[in-house]
Design a protein around this ligand. Structure first.
Ligand SMILES: [Zn+2]
Length: 174
């Protein structure tokens, strides 16, 4: 299920929560809907709400540390803009640079977007063993990138202007 992005009262991205949790926060007047999925409505108790994509807390919450993006397959594809790191064509799979059988983990730095063909060709080998080169190095998304990942957006399009501006900045954490 799609998650909802939670902004602090100061508009800084804090976390993502399930849609259910987001609706509860809005119903309890702890948050307001900043952006909703167009055309979608959700029924909760006796009221009908737009389906929140972004909510903002009514009260400021102090966050003592920078949040890191949690790894996901979808996140890797979005980070790499659905481009195969080996050939640049459209990627639909996630490749472990160091295969899991060689101890490679599900981490941002060990996973890349790959087309099914290259993923199959590389198989259970490292790029060196397979004689394949990475066109770009995997990287850990910044907190700003995480916001886009949370929204499932591969770019700033589709976001309100003020939010897109925040997504373009590295200084998003409190
Ligand atoms: Zn490829």
């Amino acid at each position: 299920m799609r998650e909802t992005l939670v902004l602090n009262a100061s508009f800084e991205p804090l976390a993502t929560v399930t849609l259910r949790r987001a609706v509860v926060l809005v119903m309890q007047d702890k948050a307001v809907v900043e952006q909703a999925h167009p055309g979608l409505r959700i029924r909760a108790a006796a009221v009908e709400l737009p389906v929140p994509r972004v909510i903002r807390l009514c009260r400021y919450v102090r966050v003592p540390f920078r949040r890191r993006a949690s790894w996901s397959r979808r996140g890797v594809l979005v980070r790499d803009r659905h481009r195969c790191v080996y050939c640049g064509r459209r990627a639909t799979t996630v490749d472990h640079v160091v295969p899991r059988s060689h101890g490679g983990g599900d981490t941002w730095l060990n996973t890349v977007a790959a087309c099914a063909e290259d993923n199959h060709r590389k198989a259970d080998r490292t790029p060196e063993q397979a004689g394949m080169r990475l066109l770009s190095k995997p990287f850990e998304p910044t907190p700003a990138d995480s916001m886009l990942l949370a929204l499932g957006a591969s770019g700033r399009e589709g976001l309100p202007e003020w939010l897109a501006a925040r997504a373009g900045s590295d200084r998003v954490s409190a």
